[in-house]
Design a binder for this molecule. Structure first.
Ligand SMILES: Cc1ncc(COP(=O)(O)O)c(C=O)c1O
Length: 369
């Protein structure tokens, strides 16, 4: 076997959520519910389907629509076109930021119990990872992050998922400013990964776009896989100072976003009718979250309120994931120390949420017997 580098030997493969078809076949089930990947359960609007299917005759050409999409996105986010980079999902942008700004021997600072891709990408780019601990509230702890920063001079990038996947918690505008002002003159990027920001109901959530002008080392990531419903097409956006955009363009492969994804992005950023889809998606998530809070309370199960389109709850047993799987409910188990008995559940359609509660209740009863 050909040897890889030690860094790659030790890297882990990102585990995507299990597929409905896989579980149907494995357990001979007719119906399987998947609330595992924080996707938008609403199917795409007709207008978007039309845009995607009406013009397929040019797919033998490389995609050449980046400029109009960047312009539409710049109007949407109210930034200059030079402050934007489009990505093959925001995952690609996470990876490329590490490639562009990580140097041999340098490190990335993240919080424990946050999005696993940060640590996986860091390893692949031969970067060390420092993790700041969280308190019992499962919130990213800015004081801890600042203390790790103080002690480790090799940190080049800080990644914060806000709201945080998987805990659903968030840091406030004041906390973000505290971190940014502490990092103001340091040679490092502060990346706020705001994949779920559209679902936030908290009033003191950061209005991060307003901070871009003041902090040239601030990077914002926006996924289009969540509220915008483009998970299957892979689309994401980075917003930052033009100098960071310039560096990113050096490491991103040509034609990273495909023709269909670009067309879908243009539609999302410019079609007036798409606002209804966004609003329906948010309403669905808020209603679903409130439903889960009520039902989990009724069942006496522990959970954490969430600002995302998912929440963490516990059935008090580490075999809950596999038992629910056999009943046809795919949730997301967590490998984080201290959260072994917790499951992350995405908000689905109303009937999917009801079914999930039915199966969770059934399981609770089985455990009591
Ligand atoms: C916090 C966070 N960031 C980024 C991503 C990746 O999203 P994308 O589909 O845009 O690559 C996810 C996906 O679940 C996420 O939870």
């Amino acid at each position: 076997m050909i040897r890889t580098s030690n860094w790659i030997d030790e890297a882990k493969v990102y585990k995507a959520g299990l597929s409905i078809e896989e579980i149907k076949e494995k357990f001979s089930l007719e119906r399987v519910y998947k609330l595992a990947s924080n996707e938008n359960p609403l199917p795409p609007p007709e207008g978007l389907l039309k845009v995607l299917t009406s013009k397929l005759e040019d797919i033998h050409r490389y995609p050449s629509y980046v400029r109009p999409v960047v312009q539409a996105a710049s109007r949407y986010y109210e930034v200059e076109p030079g402050q934007l980079v489009l990505g093959n999902g925001s995952s690609e942008l996470i990876d490329k930021l590490m490639q562009a700004y990580g140097e041999p021997g340098s490190a990335v600072l993240i919080s424990e119990k946050s999005f696993p891709l940060y640590a996986l990408c860091a390893q692949v780019h031969r970067l060390h990872v420092h993790k700041a601990s969280m308190g019992k509230d499962l919130r990213v702890n800015i004081k801890e992050m600042l203390s790790v920063l103080q002690k480790n001079k090799n940190i080049r990038l800080v990644f914060i998922s806000n709201p945080n996947n998987p805990t659903g918690s968030y840091i406030t505008h004041a906390e973000v400013e505290e971190l940014l002002s502490a990092c103001r003159d340091k040679d490092m990027l502060v990346v706020l990964d705001e994949a779920y920001q559209e679902f936030v109901r908290a009033k003191d959530f950061p209005h991060s776009l307003s901070l871009l002008k003041e902090y040239p080392n601030l990077v914002l990531l926006r996924s289009m896989s969540k509220v915008m419903g483009l998970a299957g097409l892979r689309a994401g956006v980075m917003l930052a100072h033009p100098s960071i955009v310039k560096s990113m363009k050096k490491v991103i492969c040509p034609f990273n976003v495909n023709i269909l994804a670009l067309r879908a992005m243009l539609y999302c950023f410019s079609d007036k009718g798409f606002k209804d889809y966004l609003s329906n998606s948010k309403q669905l998530v808020w209603k679903g979250l409130d439903y889960f809070y009520t039902e989990l309370n009724r069942l006496g199960l522990e959970f954490y309120p969430s600002q995302g389109n998912f929440l963490l709850f516990s059935l008090g047993r580490s075999d809950a994931f596999s038992t629910l799987l056999k009943k046809g409910l795919i949730l997301r188990p967590l490998n984080e120390p201290g959260l072994e008995k917790y499951l992350r559940m995405s908000i689905g359609l109303e009937q999917e949420n009801k079914k999930a509660i039915e199966l969770i209740q059934e399981l609770g009863n089985d455990f009591c017997e």
